[in-house]
Design a protein around this ligand. Structure first.
Ligand code: SAH
Length: 218
């Protein structure tokens, strides 16, 4: 167990250096969070030896845990402060929520597959990520009860930004989401809200995500 734990933390440090810092992610809070969350606990046990590989892995229900670099890229793009309240759509394994929970004050995350939502919640509670709350539901509707959010991330690709998410973003908030066709490459988009209901859109580059499936545009 001890030897295994050491090997995982070594693999984790190497991942942060070679896959994340080397590709330009520089926010120290993101690098610290990625260095501390035990990704091996968020992948199926038989795949724990591949937990730190540079690609997504299957987690059941046809879904995947996002590639480590993309989790870091999105977390950096959210420009999180320690007091921020965050909404994540697409809990999946709960890994990205745990990373966000290490950086921000509170994370609310929504997953449409009941089994994944349940597993993620028990995993996060078991690892004592007490500032992360999981809900089973359609994330294209957001999570109104805890709005407004300082930042929102969507871990699945839709054809456009669901309007409910824009509405739940507070003034000066940041929304990071892959936008584009389901079976191709999407663009990672950041929308920044100004002081009013004005949004400015930036393209952060090409990515590939599983589809966002819900009532909103998908
Ligand atoms: N952040 C996750 C990535 C999971 S992949 C992780 O670190 O593991 C994206 C997830 O989004 C999948 O689990 C999928 O079921 C979920 N999803 C897709 N459409 C959704 C929707 N409308 N509402 C909530 N979750 C959704």
């Amino acid at each position: 167990m001890k030897a295994g734990a050491t090997a995982f933390s070594r693999a984790r440090r190497r991942m942060v250096r070679q896959q994340i810092a080397r590709r330009g992610v520089a926010d120290p809070r993101v690098l610290d969070a990625m260095s501390s969350v035990p990704r091996e606990r968020f992948v199926p046990r038989r795949m724990s030896n591949r937990a730190y590989a540079d690609h997504p892995l299957p987690i059941g229900e046809g879904q995947t845990i996002t590639q480590p670099y993309v989790v870091a890229l999105m977390a950096e793009a959210m420009e999180l402060a320690p007091t921020d309240r965050v909404l994540e759509i697409g809990t999946g394994s709960g890994y990205a929520a745990a990373v966000l929970g290490r950086i921000a004050a509170a994370v609310y995350t929504v997953e449409r597959h009941a089994s994944l939502a349940q597993e993620a919640q028990s995993r996060l509670s078991g690892l004592a990520y007490e500032n992360v709350r999981v809900r089973h539901g359609d994330g294209t509707q957001g999570w109104d009860e805890h709005a407004p959010y300082d930042a929102i991330s969507v871990a699945a690709a839709g054809l456009d930004v669901p309007q409910a998410l824009r509405e739940q973003l507070g003034p000066r908030g940041r929304l990071v989401i892959p936008v584009g066709p389901r079976n191709g490459t999407q663009r990672l988009i950041r929308e920044r809200r100004g002081d009013e209901r004005d949004f400015r859109r930036e393209n952060l580059g090409a990515v590939r995500f599983v589809p966002l499936v819900g009532e909103g545009p998908a």
